[in-house]
Design a protein around this ligand. Structure first.
Ligand SMILES: [Zn+2]
Length: 256
């Protein structure tokens, strides 16, 4: 069920029966010379809508601009400051709670959003408004990601390339995959990103000349389909688990 396509009486019926919402969030930021800037929100929306289709749970519209200042040097990257993002997500989640939602899955496909979504989840939990969890698609299937790719790259690498080849093939420049690999950083572990235990960089450009990591020539739409299916299974299971929890499991325990 997709919230924006429904009329209010049908949504009233949903809220009378269910109290879970799926919220996709991504970014609009550079993903190298071969992928669209929509990459993260295409992936998040694809997974969220599919899980909603399979389970009958409610999916909201997608948040398409996230916390991406670390990609600012590349043309077209859009971002909002972290406090604005946190307040915005908290605000519309409180709005969902007003309608009866008390459990939320933030379906996330952008690493820069992770810590902020967890902070919002913390605020909503402390105030006993809702139990909202952040879910990052690739972290739900780490073994499969490692099995499929030698250098999967944290950003714009073959795992994201394969997902967009599967979901929106017309947006991928397949003739630029070798260029993406050769102009970026293939092996992130060799980059010297940490110094005496500290992470000593802020921007993607500090480590990669074209903004991406990993070996993009390793990506295919078939691998993308396997990633999509495996991640969707995890997301469906998470939604069903969360919906099955008793209310008292989802609020803070009393002071000892
Ligand atoms: Zn991405």
């Amino acid at each position: 069920m997709y919230l924006a396509d429904e009329a209010w009486p049908d949504l009233a019926d949903y809220f009378a029966e269910e109290s879970l919402a799926i919220v996709p969030l991504g970014s609009t930021e550079q993903h190298g010379p071969h992928l669209p800037e929509s990459t993260d929100h295409v992936i998040a929306e694809g997974l969220a809508r599919e899980a909603a289709e399979r389970t009958g749970y409610l999916c909201t519209p997608t948040v398409k601009i996230g916390v991406s200042p670390h990609h600012r040097q590349f043309p077209g990257t859009m971002w909002v400051d972290a406090p604005a993002f946190r307040n915005y997500v908290e605000s519309f989640t409180r709005n969902l709670a007003y309608h009866g939602i008390d459990r939320v899955v933030y379906v996330n496909a952008h690493g820069g959003n992770v810590q902020h979504l967890r902070e919002v989840g913390r605020r909503l939990y402390d105030d006993e408004v809702a139990f909202a969890v952040e879910w990052m698609w690739d972290e739900s299937i780490p073994d499969l990601v490692n099995d499929l790719f030698t250098h999967n790259g944290p950003h714009g690498g073959p795992k994201e390339t394969a997902m967009v080849q599967y979901l929106r093939p017309e947006l991928v420049h397949d003739d630029r995959l070798a260029e993406a690999r050769d102009g970026g950083l293939v092996d992130v572990s060799a980059a010297g990103t940490h110094t005496f235990g500290a992470r000593t960089f802020y921007d993607a450009l500090d480590n990669s000349g074209n903004g991406v990591f990993g070996d993009q020539t390793d990506a295919t739409a078939e691998k993308g389909e396997r990633l999509f299916e495996a991640a969707t299974e995890q997301l469906v299971a998470l939604c069903e688990w969360l919906a099955d929890r008793d209310d008292e499991e989802l609020v803070p325990k009393s002071h000892v």
